[in-house]
Design a protein around this ligand. Structure first.
Ligand SMILES: [Zn+2]
Ligand SMILES: [Zn+2]
Length: 327
């Protein structure tokens, strides 16, 4: 299925005939002081514990190295939960760039939830808000608005979590709120948070039979892995609106960044993505490694994905910036 670069799905329409200010008021709300307090405590844990895990992991690496089991847990859970974010939260649920059977939607939603980047519907609402206001007032995490001065990159990476306003899910993610299965997975957020640490710990214990084995599996397969998935995802918000090439017109400062694309299974082709937000494929050239696209394409070939949207060559050419540096 082909698509147009300007096409956007519900929740991101900017042509509703209401003024920008009215639109902003209905799409964003202030957090209550109770919400702010609770969020701060959760965020400190969410950012702090994986960081502590990295410190402990470094110490373990220095003294004992890393076992094959711990390395396998780190890599496999990084891939599973990272693809849950990229293929699931982003390309399937936020942009609806393809369709798949209900049970696969469920599995992908759980995979993304295990990355503990916040409840799924909140994640989708925040990201649709980012596309609606990309690099303009209202964008929750632009590094280009000067909101934090010299700390703009930090603001785009993690600082925006502490903002006083938030996207309204009823405005940006009504389609997900209307889906009982997705609502259930979203509400079970604390369960996924527990399981994402419990599963590697139990595997570590089952395979080694020791508390020490369980602990190192918790560190590598749990906390270090969460740290790596978190920060690679957030590099897309910070680095991919700052450093890299801009081959396509996209009305914002989004960039393509090879390194971020490698770490995030293709999400680093972010200028391509902003130019064609509804495309299931982000790496348009053969050398633009896009593992998430390979996964979606494989699902399609197996008959497990349908309505896969990609721009055709004419649509790509229309948005291409015709300068030498942008080639
Ligand atoms: Zn962006
Ligand atoms: Zn997006």
């Amino acid at each position: 299925m082909h698509m147009d670069g300007n096409s956007k799905r519900s929740g991101t329409e900017g042509e509703l005939g209401v003024s920008a200010a009215e639109q902003y008021v209905s799409s964003v709300r202030q957090k209550t002081s109770r919400e702010l307090r609770a969020e701060r405590i959760i965020l400190i844990g969410l950012l702090g514990f994986p960081f502590l895990g990295v410190l402990v992991g470094t110490r373990l690496l220095w003294t004992n190295g890393i076992s094959a089991l711990d390395a396998a847990l780190l890599v496999s859970l990084y891939v599973f939960t990272g693809l849950g974010i990229s293929v699931g939260f982003h390309r399937l649920f936020t942009h609806r760039s393809f369709n798949c059977p209900r049970w696969i939607r469920g599995v992908i939603a759980i995979a993304g939830s295990l990355a503990v980047e916040g409840p799924m519907i909140r994640w989708v609402a925040d990201h649709r808000r980012h596309h609606q206001y990309s690099d303009r007032a209202g964008d929750p995490h632009s590094p280009r608005l000067g909101v934090a001065g010299a700390m703009d990159l930090v603001h785009a990476h993690v600082g925006w979590f502490f903002a006083h306003d938030m996207a309204r899910a009823s405005y940006f993610a009504k389609d997900l709120l209307d889906d009982p299965m997705i609502r259930r997975i979203d509400r079970l957020y604390l369960v996924w948070m527990f399981l994402t640490l419990a599963v590697p710990t139990l595997i570590g214990f089952a395979c080694t039979g020791t508390a020490r084995g369980a602990f190192s599996a918790l560190i590598w397969g749990g906390l270090v892995r969460i740290f790596c998935v978190h920060h690679s995802t957030w590099l897309v918000n910070s680095v991919c609106h700052t450093v890299g090439s801009r081959p396509y017109r996209s009305n914002d400062g989004s960039t393509n960044n090879f390194l971020v694309a490698l770490l995030t299974f293709g999400e680093g082709w972010h200028n391509n993505h902003h130019a064609f937000p509804g495309s299931a494929r982000h790496g348009f050239r053969t050398w633009q490694i896009d593992v998430s696209w390979w996964v979606i394409r494989s699902l399609e070939l197996m008959g497990a994905a349908s309505d896969v949207r990609v721009p055709d060559t004419r649509q790509l050419a229309r948005r291409k910036i015709q300068t030498k540096e942008a080639q």
